[in-house]
Design a protein around this ligand. Structure first.
Ligand SMILES: NC(=O)c1ccc[n+]([C@@H]2O[C@H](COP(=O)([O-])OP(=O)(O)OC[C@H]3O[C@@H](n4cnc5c(N)ncnc54)[C@H](O)[C@@H]3O)[C@@H](O)[C@H]2O)c1
Length: 457
């Protein structure tokens, strides 16, 4: 088939490239000329494992092209995918103006009947609004059917998720559209049917429901972790006990620094705004959002109570991306925690294998109070605490003796502290190196007396 994908971001680039890999002829379109220039120069504008090779291979094979607008023969495409951003507007409701702008472009460009596939995450009713806009305009002279096909890929495993999706959700009104999409996605379902077919409105809501349900689990575990701190309970034990119930399951039950990224925070908010617009309060979504907003403040208090007044002190961050295997720092807990600590007078020195540049860009207004370094251990020199915020593999088994050597002890004369914001390190190993260990929702663990520092540096 001949296909066009609008929006060369995480979703559009992975989808367009994945479809090209399946043998289709694909044009990826973005309004950002800088992005197109980068791709023409062989630079992949986002970091996503496996993507660069796939892009190059399909470009070389002539199945994948990039442009700022649709040109022949792609004005006779079989389907147009909309994968542009739907960021929160000023009140938190989803802003679908980019989706509507692309719909206009498609309506005035398409020269043969085609599907308009909305992959962007959009509020219920958007596909109908897009259809009405297309049908109401002067153009098109050809029939265009709008279908909902929300994207469920996860940054960091997006390529893998494209080729082995858990499910493919489709919302279409006509049998013809359903059949065409089934045919398009058939190569991804050789091991069994993964398509969930419904109407566009149910399909649109499914995406918000899934993200909010996952975010809810995270926020609930984070609230429980705070209760553990207050009561002396241990979140690991609670998680195992709760997760062994088959109805609940152990996955996605980890306490941490709060959820981030370009999806959960905005989608949870979009859901409760959608509820408000329809007179249906979505109290669970609102509480999920509030609990998440509070988590960075909670973590800042944990750091402060561990090392005393933060004024002028450097705090090292390992991990700046909102999750491993991505360079995305949108709504990252690292940014929220950095802001909370900066407000208390601290300085931040961060390291991340892929996201340091994006973090530095996002924090540029703080000048030299926020620094990033190229080598992970260099972030520790002179810092009063190390906070692990993203569980990249390269941070999983660090040299704690080296960390101990480089960190400064707090004024209280106690051992330097590491705050394991992802609960991935073994406290016993950390304290053996003469460090204090503070995880999320677990009691602080001090080093044995003979490993405590004898003098302050
Ligand atoms: N990132 C994810 O993990 C993920 C997962 C599932 C769903 N989604 C949803 O998919 C959508 C896209 O997300 P993303 O993270 O890929 O976005 P992104 O911000 O990475 O990329 C969006 C791209 O769209 C381009 N764009 C904006 N207006 C345009 C227009 N009129 N024509 C052509 N291009 C235009 C932008 O320049 C940008 O390059 C959002 O609705 C998001 O909620 C994202």
């Amino acid at each position: 088939m001949r296909l066009v994908a609008f929006g060369i971001g995480y979703v559009g680039l992975v989808t367009g490239t994945g479809l090209a890999e399946l043998g289709h002829d694909v044009l990826c379109v973005d309004i950002d000329p800088g992005r197109i220039r980068q791709l023409e120069d062989g630079i992949i504008p986002i970091y996503e494992p496996g993507l660069a090779d796939l892009v190059r291979r399909n470009e070389r094979a002539g199945r994948l092209r990039f442009a700022t607008r649709v040109t022949a023969p792609f004005d006779e495409a079989d389907a147009y995918f909309i994968a542009v951003g739907t960021p929160p507007g000023p009140d938190g409701a989803a802003d679908v103006s980019a989706v509507l702008a692309v719909a206009d472009t498609i309506a005035t460009t398409a020269k043969k009947p085609a599907l308009v596939v909305v992959k962007s995450t959009v509020p219920v009713g958007t596909c109908d609004a897009v259809q009405a806009q297309i049908d109401g305009g002067k153009k098109p002279s050809v029939a265009l059917e709008v279908v909902s096909n929300p994207e469920f890929l996860k940054e960091g495993t997006a390529v893998q998720d494209f080729f082995r999706p858990d499910r493919i959700v489709l919302g279409a009104r006509s049998d013809g559209a359903r059949e065409m999409l089934r045919a398009l996605y058939a190569p991804l379902q050789l091991s069994g049917e993964r398509v969930v077919v419904s109407d566009p409105r149910s399909s649109e809501l499914t995406k918000y429901a899934a993200n909010t349900m996952l975010a809810m689990r995270v926020s609930f575990m984070n609230e429980l972790a705070r209760l553990c701190h207050a009561t002396g309970a241990d979140i690991h034990a609670v998680r195992l006990g709760v997760g062994s119930d088959a109805r609940i399951g152990k996955r996605f039950l980890y306490a941490g620094p709060g959820y981030g990224g370009s999806c959960f925070p905005k989608d949870v908010q979009a859901l409760f705004h959608l509820g408000r617009a329809h007179g249906v309060p979505m109290r669970m979504a609102e509480a999920t959002h509030l609990a998440n907003e509070e988590q960075a403040e909670f973590l800042a208090r944990v750091v402060e109570s561990a090392i005393g007044p933060l004024d002028g002190r450097a705090i090292a961050f390992w991990g700046l991306a909102f999750k491993p295997e991505t360079d995305d720092v949108r709504e990252s807990p690292s940014i929220k925690l950095a802001k909370a600590l900066l407000a208390k007078g601290a300085r931040i020195v961060g390291h991340d294998p892929e996201a340091a540049k994006n973090f530095a860009g996002a924090m540029a207004s703080y000048g030299d109070r926020v620094k990033v370094v190229d080598r992970d251990y260099d972030a520790l020199d002179g810092a009063h605490a190390l906070v692990l915020l993203t569980e990249w593999r390269s941070y999983r088994a660090p040299n704690f003796a080296e960390i101990r050597k480089r960190l400064r002890p707090s004024d209280k004369g106690a051992a330097p502290i590491v705050v394991d914001g992802r609960n991935v390190w073994r406290a016993s190993e950390v304290v053996r190196a003469g460090l204090r260990y503070q995880g999320i929702g677990v009691p602080v663990v001090d080093p044995p007396p003979n490993r405590a520092p004898t003098a302050q540096r």
